[in-house]
Write a protein that binds this ligand. Structure first.
Ligand code: ATP
Ligand code: MG
Length: 346
């Protein structure tokens, strides 16, 4: 059980509960999480509070996806005996730490954050940025530090957010005069960011350009058929471009025979290889990745009570960990502690 491994390095990562997990999560983070859970003390956060920062108009969606994502975790091989799955909104220390950290970061710094800039643009907020959204990097710093995590497996879109976290950590430690919080390091896999099926820079729940891990064989085939290739490659005989061709990007990410992919690329560039042949291969490769996940998922989905119990127990455990960190930080900063004063007077 996670509590019995206190000496292991701590991992914290999570997902916004805005939709089912997709292939971008799989290459960007889930594979790392499954691999690391047996050697690390790992916490996965169902980030429902962060999801609200751009979904305040749709709390039902945020709520519904808590169970969906917990089921996705179990389907890809997250083992609740090794990994603690917990629910962000039910860990009050995270909100307390966020409020505290907000005083250690400037609005200008938040506005300069490249991830936030990209996301503001992608969501079309214009000037109407919810304050909660602008501040979510602070909440993310609270999430990471509340578990005293030193490793954060994420896609490369998240790297600036880890930098922001470490800035806050250094400020708190400087103010406290002691290393009360550790710095964290992003663990970014070789495929740091999977593009969307529409060719956009990132597969993302909010862009509607995903292949979910729960996709049926028909959904995969349909997504691959509609995938962006090289617009200049009209006939099979034409020489084609591999760069920026999403079908090849996906083959690079998911095909476990790189020599065969290199051969296909060479033939495509020379001319004489039709899109349909490459797409058929990708369809087969993706179906082989998704089919076992889909089957395991269906089994867990038949017993939602069991999944909820895993989340409930994980959240309970996470609460003790995060409450302890909040106490440590408040004490290190010399903040008023009413219970201690009362105990002293008793
Ligand atoms: P949303 O559109 O609601 O922000 P999302 O698809 O971006 O959803 P998140 O919950 O924000 O998913 O991201 C969870 C984790 O998955 C993060 O570590 C993120 O870096 C990683 N991730 C998400 N999309 C991709 C992707 N396309 N490629 C690689 N990693 C990804
Ligand atoms: Mg995101």
């Amino acid at each position: 059980m996670p509590l019995s491994m206190p000496d292991r390095p701590v991992i914290l990562t999570g997902d916004r509960t805005t939709g089912p997990l997709h292939l971008g999560h799989y290459v960007g983070s889930l594979q790392n999480r499954v691999a690391l859970q047996s050697t690390h003390r790992q916490f996965l956060l169902l980030a429902d509070a962060q999801a609200l920062t751009d979904h305040a108009h749709d709390p039902a969606k945020v709520s519904r996806n808590v169970l969906e994502i917990a089921t996705d975790y179990l389907a890809v091989g997250i083992d609740p005996e090794m990994t603690t799955i917990c629910l962000q909104s039910h860990l009050p220390a995270l909100a307390d730490l966020t409020l505290l950290y907000m005083n250690f970061v400037t609005v200008a710094r938040l506005e300069r954050n490249p991830t936030i800039k990209d996301e503001i643009q992608a969501r079309g907020f214009g000037r109407d940025i919810p304050a909660g959204f602008l501040c979510y990097p602070v909440a993310q710093a609270a999430d990471i530090t509340a578990f005293k995590a030193t490793i954060v497996p994420v896609g490369d879109d998240q790297a600036p957010l880890i930098e922001q976290t470490n800035e806050i950590v250094r400020r708190i430690n400087r103010q406290a005069g002691t290393e009360v919080l550790p710095e964290a390091r992003a663990l970014i896999p070789s495929v740091g960011r999977l593009p969307g099926v529409d060719g956009k820079a990132k597969m993302s729940k909010s862009q509607g350009n995903t292949i979910p891990l729960s996709a049926t064989a028909d959904q995969i085939r349909d997504a691959v058929r509609r995938m962006f290739t090289d617009p200049g490659h009209v006939r099979a005989a034409d020489p084609g471009r591999v760069e920026g061709n999403v079908v090849f990007t996906y083959l690079d990410a998911f095909d476990d025979d790189p020599a065969a992919v290199a051969d296909l690329k060479a033939r495509y560039v020379r001319g004489g290889l039709g899109d349909s042949v490459v797409k058929q291969r990708l369809d087969d490769v993706l179906e082989a990745v998704v089919a076992p996940i889909r089957d395991r998922r269906a089994a867990f989905a038949r017993d939602p009570g069991h999944v909820l119990e895993i989340v409930r127990r994980g959240t309970q455990l996470a609460r003790t960990v995060t409450d302890a960190t909040l106490r440590d930080v408040r004490e290190a900063l010399g903040l008023f502690a009413l219970h201690e004063r009362c105990d002293a007077n008793a």
